[in-house]
Design a protein around this ligand. Structure first.
Ligand code: FAD
Length: 456
């Protein structure tokens, strides 16, 4: 009987334990991707992710064909589609990598009722749920989590891609990728994405090779948005085009400040650790007082939200970040933190509005990482951050030397000198005045927190 490899966010051949095990079994292998837009409900994949997925699936199919196989595409509930494939070709065993989004855990339970389901690890440095304190409980705070995870590192050495995958006598029916409509129709907003990214395993490997040379100076450059000082691996890691173990082993020997970078990979594991404990973390504040927060709503708040989304807040660094996001599907981490803080605190708009916008526009949109970082930014989460820590967008823009970055993404300001561009006194035509005053916004946010705490 053939065996099925059920693919989700693990679209690679190298260091992919499900492929490895299926290839070792000697049985014919049927690689299947099932697109299910119903199960994730409000976390149905967003526009930028769908663009990425299209190209990643296309690359994977090409890579599979090069080793005698192909990718079967189906649309619907995973267990129903896999059961239909079994009726077509008689497979009884399904290999997959474990995933921790609540909808994927449900889908795994449903598939396990129909098949012998073999779940493998490999999308995290250590299997989520296994990093526990001495008392056997999961961690809520990053630092002790990372300390405990570090004791389990390095991760196992990556396993090479199979050289050949035996094909079944008959292939089950497959949808055509083009019919899924994952790419934008008119207007085509993906030009900036195409210019920046090469989705797929080959593109991921190239990014990693580029970064490996710079990993030793990560600490010095990672907070400077005008430089390419970070790895740009996030969408590749999200879609599982490269394993974190492969990333680890490629850079860990770089010396210098590579330890800081490895700690960021640790944040990725930490996010899953939080989501496992709080499956509704993307939609629910962990701290009770946030249910009493007087978030702004109504037409004025909606106009402010739109200004934030479009990069028209009058705060140059925030606007540069939001425009970078819209054009490329990615934003520098330092600027993500500033833009999030600005929405939540200066504009007093519910962090979930920001989470939703990022979910739709990021190519690296990830249920765990997005929710954990938004709740961290709000100070509403289980981690140690607090609401009253309000980032000052103007001084941060100076501190992290964002002039070149602003020039790149806000062309209206490109003619201004370094000293002026962070907070122009005279605004070039077409560039808005700040939609909120920094001091007034800050005072309003602090008063709101006092009120919420009083009511909680
Ligand atoms: P590098 O600095 O090279 O880091 C390497 C890898 O470590 C990243 O690819 C990523 O997988 C992981 N990582 C880095 N920083 C973090 C972090 N703070 N939390 C968790 N993992 C991290 N990252 C996502 O992958 N998906 C998201 O949906 C996402 N939403 C975010 C929302 C907000 C409000 C903020 C402040 C941050 C968010 N991040 C998210 C984290 C971070 O901004 C990105 O991972 C990072 O900018 C990606 O660029 P890079 O690959 O060059 O990162």
């Amino acid at each position: 009987n053939p065996v099925i490899v059920w693919l989700r966010r693990d679209l690679r051949l190298a260091d992919q334990a499900a492929f490895h095990a299926a290839a070792q079994s000697g049985a014919p292998v049927i690689p299947v991707y099932v697109l299910d837009d119903e199960a994730p409900r409000h976390h149905r994949m967003g526009g930028a992710s769908r663009w990425w997925l299209h190209h990643s699936l296309s690359r994977l199919d090409a890579d599979l064909r090069a080793i005698g196989s192909r990718l079967v595409l189906r649309r619907g509930k995973a267990h129903e589609e896999l059961a239909a494939i079994r009726r077509e070709v008689g497979a009884r065993t399904v290999h997959c990598l474990a995933h921790y989004e609540p909808w994927w855990r449900n889908a795994e339970r449903a598939v396990a009722k129909h098949f012998q389901l073999v779940r493998h690890d490999g999308n995290y440095l250590a299997p989520p749920g296994t990093i526990l304190s001495g008392a056997g409980t999961p961690y809520r705070i990053y630092t002790p989590f990372w300390r405990a995870l570090s004791e389990r590192l390095p991760p196992p050495l990556p396993v090479a891609a199979p050289a050949h995958l035996p094909a079944p006598a008959n292939w089950p029916a497959s949808d055509a990728l083009e019919d899924w409509g994952l790419l934008p129709r008119a207007p085509d907003w993906a030009g900036g994405l195409r210019a920046m990214w090469s989705p797929g395993e080959g593109g991921a490997r190239e990014r990693l090779a580029d970064f490996a040379e710079a990993a030793a100076v990560y600490e010095q450059r990672r907070n400077l948005p005008a430089q390419e000082g970070t790895s740009l691996l996030s969408p590749h890691l999200h879609f599982g085009e490269i394993s974190p173990a492969a990333v680890w082993h490629a850079v860990a020997g770089a010396g210098g400040s590579v330890g800081t970078f490895l700690g960021e990979l640790g944040w990725r594991d930490y996010a899953q650790n939080v989501i496992l404990q709080f499956p509704d973390y993307a939609t629910r504040s962990a701290k009770a007082e946030f249910d009493h927060m007087p978030w702004r709503t109504g037409p004025e708040a909606e106009a402010d939200l739109a200004a934030w989304q479009q990069g028209r807040t009058g705060y140059p660094i925030v606007d540069a970040g939001m425009r970078q996001l819209w054009r490329t599907g990615w934003m520098h981490n330092r600027v993500r933190m500033l833009a999030a803080s600005f929405l939540i605190k200066h504009l007093m708009i519910d962090w979930r509005e920001g989470e939703r916008w990022f979910w739709d526009t990021l190519v690296d949109a990830d249920h765990g990482q997005n929710a954990v970082n938004w709740q961290w930014s709000a100070g509403s989460g289980v981690d140690a951050n607090i609401f009253s820590r309000i980032m000052a967008p103007l001084s941060q823009s100076v501190k992290f030397d964002a002039a070149g970055y602003i020039r790149q993404w806000v062309p209206e300001l490109a003619g201004l000198a370094d000293g002026e561009i962070h907070d122009p006194v005279v605004r070039p035509r077409g560039y808005p005045r700040p939609i909120v005053d920094h001091g007034a916004g800050r005072a309003r946010a602090l008063a709101a927190m006092v009120q919420a705490k009083g009511e909680a």
